[in-house]
Design a protein around this ligand. Structure first.
Ligand SMILES: O=C(CO)COP(=O)(O)O
Length: 156
């Protein structure tokens, strides 16, 4: 067990599996849990990071998955994932957004999406796109396949 609560480190020393972030707003928690249960075999090929409550729900439903739980979204979890993007530690983001509820941490949500755009990270914001992205070779081979020159320059 690592200090981060996972069976595996998140410092890049486990280079075999890409790192995928899973986040869901409260109204979408059941949707992301069902998504994880349905796709547990595919998700086992990733090191997963998740905001606190989302990660707890996924870990309860799929205890075999390697999920590192960060802080809850409103307490900084979105920003932690954004920092991982900026540090070149994330290969994909699935963020099941609730578009119908006001969020106290809306600026954090926007900042996370902005960094995913800046760094050209594959990002799914709803269920149907997440299902497609999970089957994409782009996700599993992202760090070596991005052809965006500015982003290639930014990678550490
Ligand atoms: O608020 C969130 C994303 O903005 C999700 O955070 P939790 O997974 O902790 O509920």
């Amino acid at each position: 067990m690592q200090a981060n609560g996972s069976e595996h480190p998140v410092d890049g020393s486990d280079v075999d599996r890409p790192v995928l972030a899973l986040v869901a707003h409260d109204a979408k928690k059941d949707v992301i849990v069902a998504f994880a249960e349905r796709n547990r075999d595919k998700l086992s090929g990733f090191r997963l990071v998740a905001t606190g409550t989302t990660g707890g729900r996924i870990k309860d439903a799929c205890p075999e998955l390697d999920v590192t739980r960060l802080k809850s979204g409103p307490l900084g979890g979105d920003q932690q994932i954004g920092a991982m993007i900026a540090e070149g530690q994330l290969d994909g983001l699935m963020f099941f957004v609730d578009p119908l509820s006001p969020m106290p941490h809306d600026v954090d949500v926007k900042a996370l999406m902005r960094l995913a755009l800046v760094y050209d990270i594959p990002m799914a914001l709803n269920l149907s796109t997440a299902e497609i992205l999970l089957r994409s070779a782009r996700l599993t081979g992202l760090s070596s396949t991005s052809t965006t020159p500015q982003i290639a320059d930014l990678r550490p």
